[in-house]
Design a protein. Structure first.
Length: 243
């Protein structure tokens, strides 16, 4: 009870300050935002998943460290280092280590609200560590504000190239979410994401929460539950620090 009261006090006090300039609402869905010109943001992504609810179910862990910098008011570039770990049988289990390096960029075509639907392009190139596998990904990001409610949707296409790719094919996917601003520093909502890889289709859905206790620090949380051939649970937290 004492711990709950302390946590509640911290939240109430933090909400009394000014809002963050760039509060992310989702962890899977990209919104209509880019890092302002000359600014740099550090993001820490923490993702855990489990295939089933069984105690012996394989589990996965990803830790992403990303540095983003605003080149112009509408264009930014980011570099990501991805560290992964999996549990399971002796064949599939992997110890924590560097799994990929990624270069990403976002471009906004106008200021927020100038177009009937805010439109952004996202591109990413990644290299699998230790393998000749290169992944090229592009996303079309669409968003619209309806007063305190924001709706965002992403269309994703990706392809893997390289000598170690068993079969080259085009992957397609999506992410979509809606969020409501209950306070300038607090948003609640939900999002869904999934895709098609060959003949396999996966879909997850779950609640989303974002909170910015200061103008230079924010946290976004999502708990995803598999509804079509996806992990039973995929939880992600992203912490953003404006440098």
């Amino acid at each position: 009870m004492v711990r709950f009261a302390l946590l509640a006090s911290i939240v109430v006090v933090s909400l009394a300050g000014t809002a963050a300039a760039d509060l992310r609402s989702f962890t899977q869905t990209y919104e209509y935002a880019s890092v302002p010109e000359g600014n740099t943001t550090l993001e820490l992504w923490h993702t855990q998943g489990r295939a089933t609810w069984d105690a012996s179910s394989p589990q996965s862990f990803d830790q992403v460290i990303e540095i983003e910098h605003g080149i112009t008011e509408h264009w930014d570039i980011g570099v990501r280092s991805v560290f992964s770990q999996t549990t399971g049988d002796a064949i599939s289990a992997e110890a924590l280590g560097l799994s990929a390096t990624k270069l990403a960029s976002r471009y906004r075509f106008a200021d927020r609200g100038e177009w009937p639907v805010d439109t952004l392009l996202f591109g990413e190139v990644s290299k699998r560590f230790g393998d000749s596998i290169y992944r090229l990904e592009a996303q079309l990001v669409l968003a619209r504000d309806f007063d305190q409610l924001t709706v965002a949707a992403n269309a994703v296409v990706a392809i893997e190239l390289g000598n170690d790719v068993p079969e080259t094919g085009l992957d397609v996917g999506y992410a979509a979410g809606l969020t409501y601003q209950v306070h300038p520093k607090l948003r609640i909502g939900a999002e869904s994401w999934g895709g098609r890889d060959g003949d396999d289709v996966a879909v997850s859905v779950g609640p989303a929460l974002s909170w910015a206790p200061t103008s230079s620090f924010w946290v976004a949380l999502t708990a995803g539950f598999g509804v079509v051939d996806a992990d039973e649970l995929s939880a992600r937290a992203i912490v953003g620090i404006e440098l």
